[in-house]
Write a protein that binds this ligand. Structure first.
Ligand code: GDP
Length: 529
């Protein structure tokens, strides 16, 4: 690569921030994503409130089902500029049933914004996500949202984060006024206070009015003093800001906000630009970092079909890991070794798409009609590289899928295979059940609804399900498959790639089988993450 190109790649990479907003459902992800866009001027009016008459849904929500349920099923990628910098905001599904998608998205970003509902504190999904971020080495920015509503005490929330995650909080702002009585936000470094003029419903951009300490103290003697005391209490405990601690995940920068009123959002955006990590060399399958300035490489983290009736096609979302991506270049699909033309690459912004001609490390490109690509695949040009694939989650819900209409068998097969490839659902077959009776495995039951909707709308093959009484799955080898298929207390099925899988009704039955054949079913290291 020419030296000029190398410089350009590094410059472009340095100006990028690729992040995801994650949380327990309902903490305000979609609302915050809208608010971030609003502040970047990418859109002029937020439509963040689901279900409100006369307003469109958030730009990142697009499937019919999402609208009906008010949840995000699919992951949208929003790119916007802030000054000279570029933010790639990768949205994640709102419902815990789609947590596998969320974990895949985490493989495509460099940092996350973790939202916590001020009233609810740490919830089940919050904890799981903190753990996965830790495992992935992802720096976490924590935002305590909904401060406009009555909630927990600020110091108690900080304590809860520390005891449950082991991470110190480094407050970048501090609320003036208790939750539910938000007067503004203290900037603990400058000792100034931001006061906000609220637009009704928070639809318009809100700008802060900066008050000096003297003015703030005169106007809000009690609340301002309390905020100063509380935030300095944390500094006494060594919770002052340290970027290295943030990047090393020892500490988390903390913001208080009200996403729906756009309060605290501007500070958050500035922080992302100034302190957020830019793209880094990504470790390949052997663990060796693949330099940003290497030839082009990209990682497919999400495949999606039928996002919009006007564009009923398949998009593979790829994060650029190194080099320059140029539309029209012929890349190599590392898994098959086959050439992959990139003529139809696009940027997807909610429902809108634009053609992308050049993309840099950190960017996310949608590859249209990429029927051969699966989540976890690598594309590269020139020098060959392979990034580690996704480990499938262990499914916990199982149903037999079938179509009642014998004339639709072909569409049925094709549809199920396609949804398997996209990672919408895991599909298992056995000779005994036959090809027309695949067993579908999901992490959350709502995935079956997506299968149902997609099979009907995209493949014209209505599907019905028979529930199966299994809750545990284990990948096994051929030796184990031969032995376990003789037993009555488990069932052996096969993935599309031929990997045998054993299904058990419950963990106790798994343990019984483990006792009989300890070497066949060792416990996997760590959890599914
Ligand atoms: P998601 O499921 O995490 O994407 O959450 P949403 O963005 O859909 O928000 C869930 C609900 O919380 C919606 O009714 C929002 O209007 C509301 N909400 C989001 N942010 C705030 C906030 O800062 N304050 C209040 N009071 N409500 C909020």
């Amino acid at each position: 690569m020419m030296e000029a190109d190398t410089k350009q790649i590094l410059k472009q990479a340095l100006s990028r921030r690729t992040i995801a907003v994650i949380s327990h459902p309902d903490a305000g992800k979609s609302t915050l994503s809208e608010a971030l866009l609003l502040h970047s001027n990418a859109i002029t009016e937020a439509g963040a409130i689901h279900g409100k008459a006369g307003r469109r849904g958030t730009v990142s929500d697009w499937m019919e089902m999402e609208k009906a349920r008010g949840i995000s099923v699919s992951s949208a990628v929003l790119q916007f500029t802030v000054g000279d910098a570029i933010v790639n905001l990768v949205d994640t599904p709102g419902h815990a049933d789609f947590s596998e998608d969320t974990f895949r998205v985490l493989a495509a970003v460099d940092a996350v914004i973790m939202l916590i509902d001020a009233a609810k504190g740490m919830e089940t999904q919050t904890m799981k996500l903190f753990e996965v971020c830790k495992a992935r080495g992802l720096p976490v920015i924590t935002v305590i949202n909904k401060w406009d509503r009555p909630g927990q005490d600020a110091l108690e929330l900080v304590d809860e984060i520390l005891t449950r995650t082991g991470m110190r909080s480094m407050p970048r702002n501090w609320p003036v006024g208790d939750s539910g009585h938000m007067l503004g936000l203290l900037n603990p470094e400058a000792m100034t206070m931001n006061r906000y003029t609220r637009a009704p419903g928070g639809a318009k951009k809100v700008l802060a009015e900066k008050l000096s300490a003297e003015t703030a103290e005169a106007e809000y003697p009690l609340e301002f003093q309390t905020a100063v005391e509380e935030s300095s209490l944390l500094e006494l405990e060594d919770q002052f800001y340290d970027r290295d601690a943030f990047l090393a995940q020892e500490a988390t920068p903390l913001f208080f906000a009200s996403a729906v009123q756009n309060i605290g959002v501007e500070e958050l955006l500035h922080f992302i630009m100034e302190q957020g990590p830019p793209p880094q060399a990504r470790p390949d399958a052997e663990g060796t970092p693949y330099e940003l300035t290497s030839d082009f490489s990209g990682y497919v983290f999400k495949v999606q079909t039928g996002m919009d009736k006007a564009h009923r096609d398949r998009i593979a979302f790829m994060r650029i890991c190194s080099g320059v991506f140029e539309r029209g270049m012929v890349a190599t699909h590392a898994q098959s070794g086959k050439p992959f033309p990139t003529k139809y690459s696009q940027q997807v912004f909610g429902r809108d798409r634009t053609t992308v001609d050049t993309a840099w490390p950190g960017d996310v490109v949608g590859l249209v009609n990429a029927s051969t690509l699966r989540p976890g695949d690598t594309l590269h040009a020139g020098q060959s590289v392979l990034f580690p694939p996704f480990k499938p989650f262990a499914p916990e819900h199982f149903r037999v899928g079938k179509t009642g209409d014998a004339s639709k068998h072909k569409q049925f097969r094709k549809g199920i295979e396609q949804l398997d490839r996209e990672g919408v659902i895991q599909v298992f077959y056995s000779e005994r059940r036959g090809q027309q009776r695949p067993v579908l495995g999901a992490v959350g039951p709502m995935q079956f609804e997506v299968v149902s909707a997609r099979m009907e709308s995209d493949f014209g093959a209505a599907v019905s399900f028979d529930a199966l009484d299994y809750s545990v799955a284990r990948d096994i080898d051929d030796e184990a498959a031969a032995i376990l298929s003789e037993r009555q207390d488990c069932e052996v099925l096969y993935r599309n790639d031929g990997t045998p899988v054993a299904l058990f009704r419950d963990p106790w039955r798994l343990r019984t089988v483990q006792r009989d054949h300890p070497h066949l079913l060792p416990d996997p290291p760590g959890s599914a993450t």
